[in-house]
Design a protein around this ligand. Sequence first.
Ligand SMILES: [Zn+2]
Length: 102
Amino acid sequence: MNETSQATPISLFETAPAEAPDSAKLATAFAARMERARGLVDAGAVEALGNGRYKVRSGGGGWWAVRPGYCNCPDFAWRGAVPCKHIIAVELARPFLAEPAA
Ligand SMILES: [Zn+2]
């Protein structure tokens, strides 16, 4: 039997396939949101409210409420594994936003 000598060399990669598809999908989803988030930042859609709270203008003319790790938009509620574009936009814009006077 030669099977054992053939199986050994690929054992290094046998744990990878279980994780790879999910992280690849997450990376793709994240990249798409990152691009939209950049558009929001460029449009000046992010405003600081103070105390770690922000608001981000929505396409419909309203505002989404964002705080670290949370957004009240439907996209975030639907799939929390990937931050929505509003949360990413806040992360991108935060260093450049002036906190409002308390
Ligand atoms: Zn959102």
